[in-house]
Design a protein around this ligand. Structure first.
Ligand code: SF4
Length: 725
C-alpha cells in the first residue's frame, strides 16, 4: 500500500556519477563552510559535499550547502542584459556593449547635471572580495561618488560600529575554536541552530567534550533557547539595560578583572559611575529579567576563567544596536575576556562575505580598513591607484539607509544596485516603492532577472552566480577562504569582476587606472596594500588558502599560519593602544505596543531560506519545506481574538498591512508575533526600521502591530495581490 510520502514530492537524491570534485566555499551564510562540488562526465554539477579536512565545518553542511550545486540550474537566472527607457514598460534584450554604454552615459549625465554625489551605488555582502575591491576602485577612484555603501548596513553595521568604538577598529576578535576553551557562553539575539547550524554544531561538539553553561538572551523561545541551560526572555530592545546591570553586579561584588582594566582600558571611571545606576532591581523593571537571574548570570560569567559572548541580529537590528555591541565589549573588557582562548566578543556575521566588503570594498572608507578622514590613507591609495588624492572625499558619504531618503528628497537621481534587493529587504516596502519610482535611472545587477527590485529598473545586468566565478571570501572568524570556478557562466551572464572592469573602461579615469582582469591578480593588489596593516593578508595566496582550507587574517608574508585571535597582547587600535570602556545611558526611543497596536512584531530567519529568497526560493529541495510566509502567535492571544491555527489574518501597523498564515506556538509570548523576514509580501510591508544613530542600521526586530481576523476567502485574494508587487 502507498502512503502519503510517495505522493508528497520527497527530497531529490543527487546523481552519483561524479568524475571530478572541485573545491569551493559556501556562498550563503558567513560560517564559511568548505564545499566540494561534484561534476559528472558531461560537465554538470550534480552534488555537493562538505570537506572533511576543513576546520570550519569538518565535513558537515547545512541543508542550504547540501543543495548549493542546484543554484547553477535554478530558474529565472538572468540570460541577457535588458534595457528600457521607462519603467513599467517591457524590457528589450540587448548586448553587453549597449547596456554598459547606456549605463555609463546615464551615470555621466546625472553627475554632470546634478553633481558627482547624485549618483549612488549600493552593493552587497555576496560578492567575492576581489570584486568588492574592484567595485571600490571604480566607485571611489573613477566614478567618484561618495554615496556608495553596502547592504551590510542592514545586518552588520552595528557590530562594525561597536568594534570601532570599543577597540579602535573593525574585526571580530574571536573564533569558533573559542567554544573549545570557554567556561561560559552568553548568546544575545542569536538563534544559532537555525541561522548558523554549522557554528551551532561546533558548539555542540565542544559541549560533548566538556560541559559549560550556555545562556541565551532572546525575547522568543528560539530553538537555541530551548537547548540552552538558561533562557532570559528579555523585553525587546532593552539589551543595554541588562548588560549595564550585569556590569553593575560584577563591579559592585568585586568580580571584575581590575588588573586588566587598569592595564588595557580607558574610561573606567565614567563607565563605573554610569553602571552604578543600573542596579538589578531597577533594571528588572525595564528589561524584564528578574533581579536574581541578573545576579546569577553576572557571577557565572565573571567567575569563569574564560567567558565569551556571541550575538547576531537581535543586538544589531535595534535603535541602539551599536550601543548593544559596545555593552557586550564592556562586559568582556571588565572581565578580561578579550584575546584569550574561550574569552571573547564574537559577532556572528550574516552574509557569506559581509566581512570582505567591510575589509576591502571602500564603502565606508578606502581599502584595507583605511579611512577617508585620514590624509595619509588617502595619499597611500591615491599613489597606488594613480589618482589625485583630492579626487577622494574627506569623509564618508551616506549609508544605504540614508541613500533612500536622499532619493525621496531629490538629492540622489540615479542608483546602481549590485546583488541587493531593497524592495524586499528594506523596512517599509510602500515607501521604498515610491522612492525607487522617483529615480531618473536605476540599474540592477543580479544573478536573477526576477528580483522584485528589477520591476523599477531601467537596465538589468545578468551577473554570474557563486562558483561560476572565482575569488575569496572572509567568514565570521576572519578566515579567508577561496571559491574555485566550477562551471562557466550561465548563458550570457558575466562575472561581476568583468562587469566592473568593463564599466571602468567607459570613463576617462578608468582608462588611466589599472584594473586587473583576473581574481588572483586583484588579490595580489590587495596583498600588497595589506602589508603591515591590521588585516595583513600578504602571506596568503589562493593556492595556500585552498591547501589550508581557509586562513585567518592577519597572516604576514613568510608567516607559517594565520591568527586565530586578535588583541591577545592587550594592545588595541585606539591611539593610546587601550580599549575604551564606554558609558551607555539607555534611551527608550523605539515604537512600542500600545492600545491600537498591542503586539511587538519580531522578525528573523528560517533554516531553509537565505535573505530575500532570490536563490533559495527557487530551489525545490529548500522551498518545499518553507514555501509561504507565516506568523508565530501565542495560543492565548489568538484565542482572545478568535484566531485559529493555520488561518489567515491581517497584520496592521502604522506603515501598512499584510496577510499572513498563523502558526500557534508558545515560542512567542502573549504580546508578540514573529514573522520570517525572507518573504517579499509580508514583514517589511509593516516594519518601521528606525535607525541606530551610529551605525544607521534599522531596528527591523521591534515595531508595533495589531492582528485582525478576516474572511479566509478575502485573505486568499489579498495574498495573491500582494505577491504581484
Ligand atoms: Fe553554507 Fe552557512 Fe550552511 Fe555552512 S552553515 S553550508 S556556510 S549556509
Amino acid at each position: 500500500m502507498l502512503f502519503g510520502r510517495t505522493r508528497k514530492n520527497p527530497i531529490t537524491l543527487p546523481k552519483r556519477e561524479v568524475t571530478n570534485w572541485v573545491y569551493t566555499t559556501c556562498g550563503y551564510c558567513s560560517t564559511g563552510c568548505s564545499i566540494e562540488v561534484g561534476v559528472n562526465g558531461q560537465g554538470e554539477a550534480v552534488t555537493s559535499r562538505g570537506v572533511g579536512s576543513a576546520d570550519v565545518n569538518r565535513g558537515k553542511l547545512c541543508i542550504k550547502g547540501i543543495f548549493e550545486h542546484e543554484l547553477f540550474y535554478s530558474k529565472n537566472r538572468g540570460t541577457r542584459p535588458l534595457l528600457r527607457q521607462q519603467t513599467h514598460t517591457p524590457f528589450q534584450e540587448t548586448t553587453w556593449d549597449q547596456a554598459l554604454d547606456h549605463t555609463s552615459l546615464e551615470i555621466k549625465r546625472i553627475q554632470q547635471t546634478y553633481g558627482r554625489d547624485s549618483f549612488a551605488i549600493v552593493s552587497t555582502g555576496q560578492l567575492m572580495t576581489e570584486e568588492f575591491y574592484t567595485l571600490g576602485k571604480l566607485a571611489r577612484g573613477v566614478i567618484g561618488t561618495n554615496n556608495y555603501d553596502g547592504n551590510t548596513t542592514l545586518c552588520m553595521a552595528s557590530a562594525v560600529s561597536g568594534y570601532k568604538r570599543s577597540f579602535g577598529s573593525d574585526g571580530p576578535p574571536g573564533c569558533y575554536d573559542d567554544f573549545s576553551h570557554t567556561e561560559c557562553l552568553l548568546a544575545f539575539g542569536s538563534n544559532l541552530p537555525e541561522q548558523h547550524p554549522i557554528i551551532y554544531w561546533r558548539l555542540r561538539q565542544a559541549l560533548e567534550k566538556r560541559k559549560f553553561p550556555v545562556i541565551v538572551v532572546d525575547p522568543r523561545v528560539t530553538m537555541f533557547a530551548q537547548f540552552a541551560d538558561m533562557h532570559l526572555p528579555i523585553t525587546p530592545g532593552t539589551d543595554v539595560v541588562l548588560l549595564n546591570s550585569l556590569a553593575h553586579v560584577i563591579l559592585q561584588e568585586g568580580l571584575a578583572d581590575m588588573r586588566y582594566i587598569a592595564a588595557h582600558t580607558s574610561g573606567h571611571e565614567e563607565f563605573s559611575a554610569l553602571v552604578a545606576q543600573y542596579n538589578p532591581v531597577m533594571a528588572a523593571k525595564i528589561c524584564g529579567i528578574d533581579e536574581d537571574t541578573i545576579r546569577n548570570v553576572a557571577r557565572l560569567y565573571a567567575k569563569a576563567n574564560a567567558a565569551m559572548s556571541i550575538w547576531t541580529m537581535g543586538i544589531n537590528q535595534s535603535t541602539h544596536g551599536s550601543d548593544g555591541v559596545v555593552a557586550i565589549n564592556n562586559l568582556n573588557l571588565i572581565t578580561g575576556n578579550i584575546g584569550k582562548p574561550g574569552g571573547t566578543s564574537l559577532s556572528i556575521t550574516g552574509q557569506c562575505n559581509a566581512m570582505g566588503t567591510r575589509e576591502w570594498s571602500s564603502c565606508s572608507g578606502l581599502p584595507g580598513y583605511r579611512l577617508l578622514e585620514n590624509a595619509q590613507d588617502r595619499q597611500e591609495i591615491a599613489d597606488f591607484w594613480g589618482v589625485d588624492p583630492e579626487f577622494f572625499p574627506k569623509k564618508r558619504g551616506l549609508f544605504q539607509t540614508d541613500i533612500f531618503p536622499a532619493i525621496e528628497t531629490g538629492q540622489i537621481k540615479g542608483l546602481w544596485l549590485v546583488a541587493t534587493n531593497p524592495m524586499t529587504s528594506m523596512p517599509n516596502t510602500g515607501r521604498i516603492r515610491k522612492t525607487l519610482e522617483k529615480l531618473e535611472f536605476l540599474v540592477v545587477q543580479d544573478n536573477y532577472s526576477d528580483v522584485e527590485t528589477t520591476e523599477y529598473a531601467h537596465v538589468y545586468l545578468p551577473a554570474s552566480i557563486w562558483a561560476e566565478k572565482e575569488g575569496v571570501m572572509t567568514n565570521t572568524e576572519r578566515r579567508v577562504n577561496v571559491i574555485r570556478n566550477v562551471l562557466k557562466p550561465y548563458a550570457d551572464s558575466k562575472p561581476d569582476l568583468w562587469i566592473f572592469n568593463q564599466m571602468a573602461r567607459r570613463f576617462a579615469g578608468g582608462q588611466k587606472i589599472k584594473f586587473p582582469e583576473t581574481a588572483p591578480k586583484v588579490f595580489d593588489e590587495m596583498r600588497t596594500l595589506s602589508k603591515g596593516r591590521f588585516l595583513d593578508i600578504s602571506g596568503m595566496t589562493h593556492d595556500l588558502i585552498e591547501t589550508n582550507r581557509g586562513i585567518q587574517w592577519p597572516m604576514t608574508q613568510g608567516a607559517a599560519t594565520g591568527t586565530p585571535r586578535l588583541y591577545s597582547d592587550g594592545r588595541f587600535n585606539h591611539p593610546d593602544r587601550k580599549a575604551k570602556l564606554i558609558a551607555l545611558p539607555f534611551i527608550d526611543n523605539n515604537e512600542r505596543p500600545d492600545t491600537d497596536y498591542p503586539f511587538w512584531m519580531n522578525s528573523g530567519r528560517v533554516i531553509e531560506h537565505f535573505h530575500t529568497r532570490t536563490r533559495t526560493g527557487k530551489l525545490g529541495n529548500l522551498n518545499k519545506f518553507s514555501p509561504t510566509p507565516y506568523m508565530e502567535m501565542n495560543p492565548d492571544a489568538a484565542h482572545a481574538l478568535g484566531v485559529a491555527h493555520m488561518s489567515y489574518v491581517r497584520i496592521v501597523s502604522r506603515r501598512g498591512d499584510a496577510v499572513v498564515m498563523v502558526q500557534l506556538t508558545h515560542r512567542v509570548p502573549r504580546d508578540m508575533v514573529f514573522i520570517p523576514f525572507h518573504f517579499h509580501e509580508c514583514v517589511n510591508r509593516v516594519s518601521l526600521g528606525l535607525l541606530d544613530p551610529y551605525s544607521r542600521q534599522p531596528a527591523f526586530k521591534q515595531c508595533a502591530v495589531r492582528v485582525e481576523s478576516m474572511s479566509q476567502q478575502a485573505a486568499a485574494v489579498l495574498n495573491l495581490a500582494a505577491r504581484s508587487f
